[in-house]
Design a protein around this ligand. Structure first.
Ligand code: ADP
Ligand code: ADP
Length: 223
C-alpha cells in the first residue's frame, strides 16, 4: 500500500519579496482512508500537492509517494491520479476524446475511458464539446481523468468546486469507496465542516505550517 510522505518540506517563491508558501511541513497520508487537507486560501495546500507530484521543486525537504520521489516515470497515471485547479482540457474536444487521448498517450487500455465516464456520470455528455460543459461537469471530467489509470493514490484539490449538492454527495461517496478499496485519498478544501463530514483524518495547514494531523473525531471533539 502506498503512502504519501512529506518531510520538512519548504517552498519559497522568490519575487520582489520571498513568500514561504510551505514552511517545514511534515506529515504522512495513509492508505485506506480519506484524508482531508484543510486550511484557508493561501495556506499552502496546492503548493504541497504540486511538490508531491513533482510539478515544482521544493526549496528544501522531500515529498515521496510509496517511498520514492514522484517523478514522471513510465506509468505516472497508474501511480497517482490528481485533480488540480488549473487543469487544462482543450475546450473544442469532446469529453470522450479528451479521455481517449489521455489514455492513449499514457498506454492505458481504451476500455478505461467508458469505465470512468460511467463512474463520473458523464456518459451521456461524453460526445459534447468541453466548452459546453458546466463547471461541475468539468470538475467531473477532471476526476474521470484522475481515475483513468486506476491509481493507488488520489490527490484532489478542491474537488467539490462547482459541484451542486447532488454532485457533492456523489463525490463524497466516490472518495469513501476509493479509500475503502485501500487507496490513499488526499482531498483539499478550505471548508472545515464540509470536509469533516466525510474525511477520516484531517491534516490542517495555516500559513504553510502544520496546525493539526489528527483523526477527524478527535479534532471535532476538541473544538
Ligand atoms: P492554498 O492552496 O492553500 O490556497 P497555495 O499553495 O495556492 O495555497 O498558496 C500558498 C502561498 O503561496 C500563497 O501566499 C500564494 O499566494 C503563494 N503562491 C502560490 N503559488 C505561487 C507562485 N507560483 N508564485 C508566487 N507565489 C505563489
Ligand atoms: P500496484 O498498482 O501494483 O500496487 P503501485 O501503485 O506501487 O503498484 O504502482 C503502479 C505504477 O506506478 C507502477 O508502474 C509503478 O512503477 C509506478 N509508480 C509507483 N510509485 C511511483 C513513483 N513514486 N513515481 C513514479 N511512478 C511510480
Amino acid at each position: 500500500m502506498t503512502s504519501i510522505d512529506v518531510r520538512n518540506l519548504t517552498k519559497e517563491y522568490r519575487g520582489r519579496q520571498v513568500t514561504r508558501a510551505v514552511d517545514g511541513l511534515t506529515f504522512r497520508v495513509e492508505p485506506g482512508r480519506v484524508t482531508g487537507f484543510l486550511g484557508p486560501n493561501g495556506a499552502g495546500k496546492s503548493t504541497t500537492m504540486r511538490l508531491v507530484l513533482g510539478l515544482d521543486r521544493p526549496t528544501s525537504g522531500t515529498a515521496t509517494v510509496g517511498g520514492r520521489p514522484y517523478v514522471t516515470l513510465a506509468e505516472p497515471l497508474r501511480a497517482v491520479g490528481a485533480l488540480l485547479d488549473a487543469q487544462a482540457a482543450h475546450p473544442s474536444r469532446t469529453g470522450r476524446n479528451h479521455l481517449r487521448l489521455l489514455a492513449a498517450s499514457n498506454g492505458l487500455p481504451e476500455r478505461r475511458v467508458a469505465e470512468v465516464l460511467d463512474e463520473t456520470g458523464l456518459a451521456d455528455a461524453a460526445g459534447r464539446r468541453i466548452r459546453t460543459y458546466s463547471l461541475g461537469m468539468r470538475q467531473r471530467l477532471g476526476i474521470a481523468a484522475a481515475l483513468l489509470g486506476d491509481p493507488g493514490v488520489l490527490m484532489l484539490d478542491e474537488p467539490a468546486n462547482g459541484l451542486d449538492p447532488e454532485g457533492i454527495v456523489w463525490i463524497r461517496g466516490l472518495l469513501r469507496r476509493l479509500a475503502a478499496e485501500g487507496r490513499t485519498v488526499l482531498v483539499s478544501s478550505h471548508l472545515m465542516n464540509e470536509t469533516s463530514a466525510f474525511a477520516d483524518h484531517l491534516v490542517v495547514l495555516g500559513r504553510g505550517r502544520l496546525l493539526a494531523d489528527v483523526p477527524t473525531r478527535d479534532f471535532i471533539d476538541a473544538h
